[in-house]
Write a protein that binds this ligand. Structure first.
Ligand SMILES: Nc1nc2c(ncn2[C@@H]2O[C@H](COP(=O)(O)OP(=O)(O)OP(=O)(O)O)[C@@H](O)[C@H]2O)c(=O)[nH]1
Ligand SMILES: [Mg+2]
Length: 285
């Protein structure tokens, strides 16, 4: 089995939590308490090791430079002893936003899009807004606003839809039937930032309320999109003021995934395990 068979294309704009999730995931894989664990020597760990160092001090890690792209190779094994090599990237999220605004996909990204059997899209709801329309503001406010010299920007959910459409187009996938390949996982990141009424709700329900157009888009295209919540850190950290709990207990005791039924699990490897299993990737010996 080639390495690319087990690669997960991690897609996320800047600031959605890719690097912090990578660091926490790596920590969990090394600890071996979850469904997946590390099985051998991982390579290219540098971006995640420096983030893990910061988390050990209870601090946030830095923003990844825009032009960075590093593929880390993680040999993993699951509870039943089957093995796989996971390709986990870290990159500056502006690369994703540039693709959707310029409608151009660099050749290297095209290759990644075409070979990956599973896409994992990170969406941070606190970073997305739904534009006003007649359902959220009185019509008079909207029609009365001057349209002269107004810069028109597409909404965040429209941009996410455009991005997925561009990626599907790259792969030449037919959308007349529900998509099975590539498998899509959507992780609603920084889940701890949601309001207390939403914290224990099923992620699909929260997505439908917060980004209704995006939610119906993915449900209409994919046969079975995987929708989970993620709080890689469990709470907000600061860049300069170390969190005492983190220092005392260690970052491996923080962070959780929100399952489709709204339950929380500390196993941060769960989304990867579900995606790999559902992609029908038989983990090679
Ligand atoms: N509250 C909370 N904040 C988080 C969580 N995960 C990440 N963050 C914060 O979100 C910010 C962005 O996280 P990063 O992991 O750097 O995001 P990124 O996607 O790698 O961003 P780029 O490197 O710019 O592409 C940081 O300030 C983190 O502290 C989380 O689970 N909860
Ligand atoms: Mg980053």
């Amino acid at each position: 089995m080639s390495v690319s068979d087990n690669s997960i294309l991690l897609i996320g704009e800047s600031g959605v939590g890719k690097t912090h999730y990578g660091a926490q995931l790596l920590n969990r894989l090394m600890n071996g308490a979850g469904k997946l664990r590390m099985d051998g020597a991982a390579t290219n760990l540098q971006p995640f090791e420096s983030a893990m160092g910061r988390l050990n001090e209870g601090l946030t890690a830095d923003h990844t430079p825009t032009t960075t792209y590093v593929d880390s190779l993680w040999p993993i094994t699951d509870e039943s002893g089957l093995k796989a090599e996971l390709v986990w990237p870290d990159y500056g999220g502006e690369q994703i936003k540039t693709m959707s605004t310029t409608r151009q996909i660099p050749a290297v990204w095209r290759d990644r899009v075409v070979v990956s059997p599973a896409w994992l899209l990170l969406v941070r709801l606190q970073q997305t807004r739904v534009s006003d329309d007649i359902f959220s503001r009185p019509l008079i406010d909207i029609t009365g606003a001057s349209v002269d010299n107004r810069e028109v920007q597409i909404s965040d959910q429209a941009r996410l839809i455009e991005l997925l459409q561009m990626l599907i187009f790259m792969r030449n996938e037919s959308t007349t039937k529900p998509l099975v390949n590539p498998r899509l996982g959507v992780l609603l990141s920084c889940w701890d930032e949601l309001g207390s009424d939403e914290l224990n709700q099923p992620p699909a329900q929260v997505l439908e309320r917060r980004l209704p157009m995006f939610s119906s888009f993915i449900h209409s295209l994919w046969a079975e999109p995987l929708l989970l919540g993620l709080s890689a850190l469990g709470r907000a950290l600061e860049p300069n003021n170390g969190d005492m709990d983190y220092i005392a207990k260690g970052p491996e005791h923080f962070g959780y995934v929100v399952l489709p039924n709204g339950q929380h699990t500390p196993d941060l490897t769960q989304p990867i395990q579900s995606l790999l299993a559902a992609s029908a990737l038989k983990l090679a010996e």
